[in-house]
Design a protein around this ligand. Structure first.
Ligand code: G4P
Length: 537
């Protein structure tokens, strides 16, 4: 308890807790095997006991209606959005990211709350579009990445070709730490370059037993033939080439996001997963310093700081509850303590903060850097908000998104206009979309990144607020947030075009440009106006 803790034991326990935290996310294109890998990792960590516990939550994608998909995404995303388990005395926090590409904003934001990532690539399909986008976000933040090439039990692409593709498409250097022996029907296992041992493949393995691992330091050892038969020759050649072409593993380069260590395996067969996890625990970074608008914050600073990266409203439709996800960045977060909500300047306190450990949501008394805490919120918190013990700083790097699709909201049940307004406001707070109000006639326009969000909004308005609406297409190319140091110039721009001027929820003027060409012309004509494509969150 805090009042029994002397300053030195406080800082000792702070550094101890920091050094044993690893907070990460798995990124992949849908179907590459993220769910399967997550499940195997949880099994290793003892967080779940039966295979299928994570999978059971995942209905067949696209086989069901989009609404089912929405509900599925929402339903499991709180239950399993943060999974915690201990492995080799390291407290691992795995943050889930939605698979559907229309929810990618959520994924991008989640990536701001992790210290490293594991990238899963399907050996048959290679690097796919979603992975490219996600990796771009990781690269911007120099997030260290481990790579798992999955489905080696299937007839996949040549491993060298896969590594080339990763280097070219993702602009990151690879360092294979394991090497596959055959693939598909003739997949025999991998040679672990790190531990210099053979790991033999057994389909549907529960765990990799010790006896499946054979230490072979000298590749000329005839034991190799005894285990992998005539594939031994090819393996020797491959490894010769691998050692000649790829640099040795450097933790420094990995931590700087410059190289990605690569493992080959088969998640469904629980093969290669343990090596990945062991390497993860050995090399993945504990909580790192984080930039703010004032100064970088070190995790071992005594004073607590953290930021909100995700909000979920109405998980229980009977109570208008919202859960804000807080990433602790420094110090110790304590239950029932007053903290400064930097944006509003208000003091806030949380009586029931929760940790998400596997399937259990439990109330916690404290949390440490790297931890994710669920805060019950009555509408004060927004994505990107910072909490602190008093210092006025704002964590940076929460990505902001330019909406790409715009539709007019038409209320189809005038008796429920209050519910509609309230629902729209709440859903926008979650960050699913952005709401604009016409400066001329108060009509409401919703801007989103992925089209599925319109269905999400419509569905949730009806089911959570009893409000019904439809959306009408609009001819808008992009929204521009306008800033200008000379109010007269801004007025000159806005006055002749009232129908394309709107306000965002903070009452900031936004111009809805109908074409790229016209936007470019206006930017040229009004050099004193700053045309920003995203809002500050
Ligand atoms: P995701 O979360 O990245 O979308 O992928 P998920 O784990 O759901 O895996 C997608 C499909 O790939 C699943 O098959 C899964 O069983 C399969 N899979 C995962 N790892 C491997 C592997 O190592 N080898 C092979 N051959 N398949 C793998 P599905 O048919 O869509 O689902 P299910 O019926 O198996 O549940």
């Amino acid at each position: 308890m805090s009042n029994e803790t002397t300053p030195s034991t406080h800082s000792e326990s702070l550094s101890r807790e920091i050094s044993r935290r690893r907070t990460f996310a798995i990124i992949s294109h849908p179907d590459a095997g993220k769910t399967t890998l997550t499940e195997k990792l949880l099994l290793f960590g003892g967080a779940i006991h039966t295979a299928g516990a994570v999978k059971a939550n995942k209905t067949k994608r696209y086989a069901t209606s989009d609404f089912m998909e929405i509900e599925r995404q929402r339903g499991i995303s709180v239950a399993t959005s943060v999974m915690g388990f201990d492995y080799r005395e390291i407290g691992i926090r795995l943050l889930d990211t939605p698979g559907h590409h229309d929810f990618s904003e959520d994924t991008y934001r989640t990536l701001t709350a992790v210290d490293s990532a594991v990238m899963v690539i399907d050996s048959v399909n290679g690097v796919e579009s979603q992975t490219e986008k996600l990796l771009e976000v990781c690269r911007m933040r120099e997030t260290p990445i481990l790579t798992f090439i999955n489905k080696m039990d299937r007839e996949g692409q040549d491993p060298f070709a896969l590594l080339d593709e990763i280097e070219k498409k993702l602009s990151i250097k690879v360092v294979p730490l394991s090497w596959p022996i055959g693939g598909g029907r003739i997949f025999k296992g991998v040679y672990n370059l790190h531990t210099e041992s053979l790991v033999l493949f057994r389909p549907h393995g529960k765990r990799e037993d010790e006896k499946d691992v054979v230490v072979i330091r000298d590749l000329a050892d005839p034991q190799l033939e005894a285990h992998v038969g005539d594939q031994a020759l090819k393996l020797r050649e491959d490894l010769d080439y691998v050692r000649g072409v790829y640099p040795p593993f450097s933790r420094e380069a990995y931590l700087a996001g410059k190289i990605t260590p690569v493992f080959f395996g088969s998640a469904i067969n629980n093969f290669g997963v343990k090596e990945l996890l062991d390497c993860f625990v050995d090399v993945a970074p504990p909580p790192k310093p984080r930039p703010t608008d004032v100064r970088p914050v070190e995790p071992d600073e005594k004073a607590f700081t953290g930021f909100i990266f995700k909000i979920h409203a109405n998980m229980d439709p009977k109570h208008r509850d919202r859960i804000a996800f807080l990433r602790v960045c420094s110090g110790r977060f304590e239950r029932n303590q007053f903290y400064l909500h930097v944006k509003s300047g208000k003091q806030v306190r949380f009586a029931n903060p929760t940790a998400f450990m596997a399937q259990n949501k439990e109330i916690i008394d404290d949390a440490w850097p790297g931890d994710i805490v669920g805060l019950h919120d009555t509408g004060n918190l927004r994505i990107g908000d910072t909490l602190s013990e008093g210092e006025k700083l704002i964590f940076q790097g929460i990505p902001r998104f330019a909406p790409e699709l715009f539709r007019l909201v038409i209320n189809t049940d005038p008796m429920k206009s209050k519910q509609l307004s309230k629902g729209l406001e709440h859903l926008m707070d979650e960050g699913v979309a952005q709401l604009f109000t016409s400066a001329m006639d108060n009509r409401r326009i919703v801007g989103v990144v992925g089209a599925l969000q319109f269905e999400v909004i419509q569905h949730r308005l009806l089911h959570e607020y009893g409000a019904s609406c439809r959306f009408e297409a609009m001819n808008i190319w992009k929204a521009f947030w306008l800033d200008c140091d000379e109010p007269g110039v801004l007025d000159d721009f806005m006055r002749p075009r009232p129908s394309s001027m709107v306000r965002d929820k903070y009452d900031h003027p936004v111009w809805l440009a109908e074409s790229r060409w016209f936007a470019a012309q206006m930017e040229g004509d009004f050099p004193k106006i700053r045309f920003r494509k995203t809002a500050e969150i």
